[in-house]
Design a protein around this ligand. Sequence first.
Ligand code: ZN
Length: 132
Amino acid sequence: MGMDMYAENILDHYKNPRNFGKLNNPTGTYKDSNPLCGDEVEIQLQLSGDKIDDVAFTGRGCAISQASTSMLTEQIKGKEIGHVKKFTQQDIVSMLGISIGPTRMKCALLGLRTLQKGLWGMSAPSDLTNLQ
Ligand code: ZN
């Protein structure tokens, strides 16, 4: 799959990731990887009560994994933590704006899965099982 197939917003987030870096005083740090593709992300949250005051991430890997995590951080910053729990595979696909095959879906969901697993022990967004 060539880079030219990716939508411009994905390349933009890949080259200029939002909320990239580390927080000074994170409430939680969540790490995960996608060995199939070699993607890694580490996401940090600064919570105040149930609200996500700040979020930052670092990572490496393919454009889909890094762009989707970057977009996710933009979506959840300032929101209630419960918002993250309700995020679905379809939300991620809509956010990316391209169709994602089963293999690439693991890349696309890495950031969300990292948070949902770290926060609630969710192994994967519930509708991901439909693909496997
Ligand atoms: Zn990947």
